[in-house]
Design a protein. Structure first.
Length: 239
């Protein structure tokens, strides 16, 4: 069971991550359920076709399905109804495929609308469903983890609700930006100490070392964290 959080700043980057996630499931003969809006669904199908994936064929066979975000959003006030809708969709996928993976844009949609309370609530809704149905879940959220205001507690709460966190689609570029910024701001001994401390006190979710360092710095050296993030943003914008 994996519950993955994909952070993104640009729609194109999220679509790249989503297309990779869906294509991997199709290759592995998994059932794939996309909880999303029609415009994003159409863009996803275009991405898959460009990548050489017969998206239309997978839809016709029932391996790739869309469940409208609005259906789950309407059931947020009633957890039992939320469970019924999602369980029915998962059971339909499971009827033909042993393994199932799901992308949900519900957290993303709520966050973009400024409804952070319900964005965090829906992540709590998912946990028992993951335990019962044992599927892979990918969520997304439009957060820039190189911005200091992201660490007001919201990012920490979202990360704690997931097993894996990807701070950017281009994680290699993200890591280079953060590690380069650390090298600019701290001397060699301080940088080594930061690596050791962030590794020893990293959040429970699996994430790249650079993201773990930013969490540790924000909690323990906030002024240094702002300097590192400022330099990392500059490097990231140039990559």
């Amino acid at each position: 069971m994996e519950h993955v959080l994909q952070l993104y700043q640009e729609e194109a980057c999220l679509l790249d991550a989503l297309a990779d996630f869906v294509a991997a499931g199709l290759r592995l003969e998994e059932g794939v359920l996309v909880i999303g809006s029609t415009p994003r669904w159409d863009l996803l199908l275009d991405r898959l076709r460009i990548a050489g994936v017969d998206a239309h064929g997978h839809v016709l066979r029932g391996q790739l399905r869309l469940l409208g975000t609005h259906l789950l959003r309407a059931s947020l006030a009633n957890r039992q109804r939320f469970n019924e809708v999602t369980s029915s969709a998962l059971a339909l996928a499971r009827a033909r495929y042993e393994r199932v993976r799901v992308f949900s844009e519900l957290t993303d949609a709520l966050w973009r609308d400024g409804d952070r309370a319900n964005a965090r609530l829906v992540e709590r809704y998912w946990q028992p469903l993951l335990n019962v149905h044992d599927f892979t879940l990918l969520c997304a959220c439009p957060i820039d983890s190189l911005e200091g205001q992201a660490y007001d507690g919201s990012l920490q709460a979202l990360c704690a609700a997931h097993t894996h966190v990807h701070p950017a689609f281009d994680e290699e570029g993200f890591e280079e930006a953060v590690s380069g910024a650390v090298a600019e701001v701290l001397d060699t001994q301080q940088a080594r100490m930061l690596h050791a401390l962030s590794l020893a006190h990293r959040p429970s979710a699996q994430m790249p070392p650079g993201q773990a360092m930013l969490f540790w710095l924000k909690d323990n050296m906030p002024r240094t964290a702002e300097k590192v993030m400022s330099r990392a943003r500059a490097r990231w914008s140039e990559h």
